[in-house]
Design a protein around this ligand. Structure first.
Ligand code: HH2
Length: 261
């Protein structure tokens, strides 16, 4: 899953692709590099980021999604927590909704159930404004797994088919650096929930901590290591900025998995 942020303030590429032409060029590059899915986001969720109104978010993402749909066959997800944005994005041609709040908007379950679109439900503690205030857990993996199990059950009770639900442990969303690493190490416990698992570790700040304070543009090797571990341990989708490099890593892992003498 290649990340296409049409925001002025995302943590690693804010402001780079917020005009539709540049966004399209970037998406074309990711498709050429082998992305199997493009995730279009119009609101940054980095720690402490300010929320955006639905109208502004629609203004940012809908033209880009419509233009992508017209040019590429690649599936498109919309990274939004707002049902109204999800509805408009799906009408414009998006295929699935990436909801980092796991259905916090009470109108989201119905929007998804009506459209029949697939949804990624991600674990986050609190909101982007508050999530890093308390990152302590008794057992981070058990608590994230229990929350995701609950989110998947609520989604199904609202009429979303189980087969349309993907789960994401929410690396960096209300977790300590050690918590993020433990979630990756114990990813099979999330995979065991029985839904396809999505992992987004690309360039996140815990990698800066691991790599001796590396700034956001110097975290490629850490990002690739996380993608490799996640893919090996059963993630079906890795959400990344560096598509070309990640595709090569994942291809190699697939070859290792398939190897028999
Ligand atoms: N991380 C971000 C945004 N959306 N969605 C999923 N499913 N999983 C993630 O880990 C995830 C996500 C990170 O937020 P943002 O500040 O918007 O930065 P970027 O989009 O550049 O990663």
């Amino acid at each position: 899953m290649g990340i296409l942020n049409v925001t002025p303030d995302s943590f690693s590429d804010g402001g780079r692709f917020d005009d539709p032409e540049r966004a399209l060029r970037h998406a074309a590059g990711m498709v050429e590099d082998g992305a199997g899915l493009i995730d279009v986001g119009g609101e940054s969720t980095r720690p402490g980021s300010a929320p955006v109104g639905a109208e502004e978010e629609i203004r940012r993402v809908v033209p880009v999604i419509a233009a992508l749909r017209a040019r590429f066959d690649v599936p498109i997800s919309v990274d939004t927590v707002k049902a109204e944005v999800a509805r408009r994005a799906l009408e414009a041609g998006a295929d699935l909704v990436n909801d980092v709040s796991a259905l916090a908007d009470p109108a989201m379950p119905q929007a998804l159930a009506r459209s029949g679109a697939a949804a990624i439900l991600m674990h986050m503690r609190g909101t982007p404004a508050t999530m890093q205030l308390d990152t302590r857990y008794r057992d981070v993996v058990a608590e994230v797994a229990a929350a995701l199990r609950g989110a998947a059950r609520r989604a199904q009770e609202a009429g979303i088919a189980g087969a349309k639900i993907l789960l994401d442990p929410g690396i960096g969303f209300g977790k300590s650096p050690e918590g993020n690493l433990e979630l990756l190490r114990r990813l099979p416990e999330i995979v065991a929930l029985g839904h396809p698992v999505v992992v987004g570790a690309s360039r996140k700040s815990f990698l800066g901590a691991v790599l001796g304070g590396a700034p956001v543009d110097r975290r490629l090797e850490g990002s690739l290591a996380c993608a490799a571990v996640a893919a090996w341990l059963g993630a079906r989708i890795v959400r990344v900025h560096d598509v070309r490099e990640t595709v090569r890593v994942v291809r190699t892992i697939d070859a290792i998995r398939a190897a028999t003498v």
